[in-house]
Design a protein around this ligand. Structure first.
Ligand code: HEM
Length: 311
């Protein structure tokens, strides 16, 4: 068992829910003094009031703060040691853009209507502090599939292994119980994806489509997504926890990549392995079929940290 002095925000560790809503805010030019108290108070208050309308909805609101957001709102608090802006990356015709975001809120629950209501209240509550620049509604598709029709999240850590992968430990008291988050919104290139045979799609992901079984090493290509995204250090896998959800509709759709880790290094390493072609020219083939349109890094402070701001 891992013990953490501070309590994590519950949405960090819980499984992805049926519905999720992802809000990205940028700060206004001159936020009022103590604006972070408004932010923390709004998150905690709105979560409580909406959740109690239907406790079975399991609604949680998880707040993230980017490097820019922290340096402007939390000047009296030391910056989390590894919080850095998302670095854009590119190789060949593949790009990971770095996009704006000072505050991020992930709303999770079993009810899309309650998520929407929470989003609406938060936008109103933060109107003098931050502007809502993106609002993406995600949902569980079939048996946790992405809209490229493969099951997503299978190899995620669970229970204690999840907590160990995701939460900063008490050896870093200022940030313990917190987590680092990378968010990227990807849009599917549906026609290209659908033009592949099922067998080629399976090689691209590294798993079978219907049964969701990992391909054997002798059939799995070096460029399979689950080969390129897996990070190892001294022969040990370094884990992250992905809470991806698909979003969109028949006209445009894709995946919200929502990856948590106790150190952002695993996220950055995975992204580099995916996008940069290796000596054999191999990169993550999935990137031929999906396009990253956003990219932002956040720190997810512990609930204990937020509570000090809540009256
Ligand atoms: C459109 C974007 C993406 C889609 C559709 C997608 C989809 C998938 C699918 C279907 C799997 C296999 C099942 C599973 O274990 O979850 C998988 C595995 C994985 N993905 Fe992604 N993914 C995307 C982006 C990313 C990104 C950006 C990262 C890392 C920064 C990432 C990291 C991983 C990892 C670590 C695994 C597990 C590998 C293993 O140990 O088997 N994915 N993804």
């Amino acid at each position: 068992m891992t013990h953490h002095a501070a309590h994590a925000q519950p949405g960090v560790l819980s499984d992805p829910t049926t519905f999720a809503e992802y809000l990205t805010f940028t700060l206004v030019d001159t936020p009022p003094a103590n604006a972070f108290a408004d932010v923390a108070g709004s998150i905690v208050g709105i979560e409580k009031s909406i959740r109690q309308k239907d406790p079975t909805s399991n609604l949680t609101m998880t707040l993230g703060v980017s490097h820019n957001g922290w340096s402007r709102l939390l000047t009296d608090h030391e910056m989390p040691g590894e919080l850095a802006p998302f670095q854009a990356m590119s190789d060949g015709d593949r790009t990971f853009p770095s996009t704006a975001g000072d505050l991020f809120c992930m709303i999770k629950s079993e009810r899309m209507d309650l998520n929407y209501q929470a989003a609406k209240y938060l936008k109103q509550a933060l109107s003098g502090v931050a502007e809502l620049i993106e609002d993406i509604q995600g949902f569980k598709y079939l048996d946790n599939r992405d809209m490229i029709d493969f099951v997503d999240g299978t190899e995620n850590p669970i229970d204690d292994e999840r907590a160990a992968a995701v939460l900063v430990g008490h050896e870093q008291p200022l940030v313990s119980g917190g987590s680092y988050l990378t968010v990227q919104r990807y849009v599917d290139r549906e026609e290209l994806w659908d033009a592949q045979t099922t067998e080629d799609q399976e090689k691209t992901v590294g798993r079978t489509k219907m049964d969701n079984v990992e391909l054997d090493d002798d059939v799995k290509p070096a460029w399979a997504h689950n080969a390129k995204s897996k990070v190892e250090e001294n022969g040990e896998e370094v884990m992250m926890f992905r809470q991806n959800r698909p979003f969109g509709n028949a006209m445009e759709h894709g995946t919200m990549f929502v990856g948590f880790a106790r150190s952002p290094e695993v996220l950055t390493t995975a992204l580099r392995q995916m996008i940069i072609a290796d000596d054999n020219g191999d990169y993550d083939r999935l990137l031929d079929f999906v396009e990253a349109v956003t990219g932002t890094n956040y720190f997810i402070p512990s609930r204990t940290f937020l509570d000090q701001f809540v009256g």
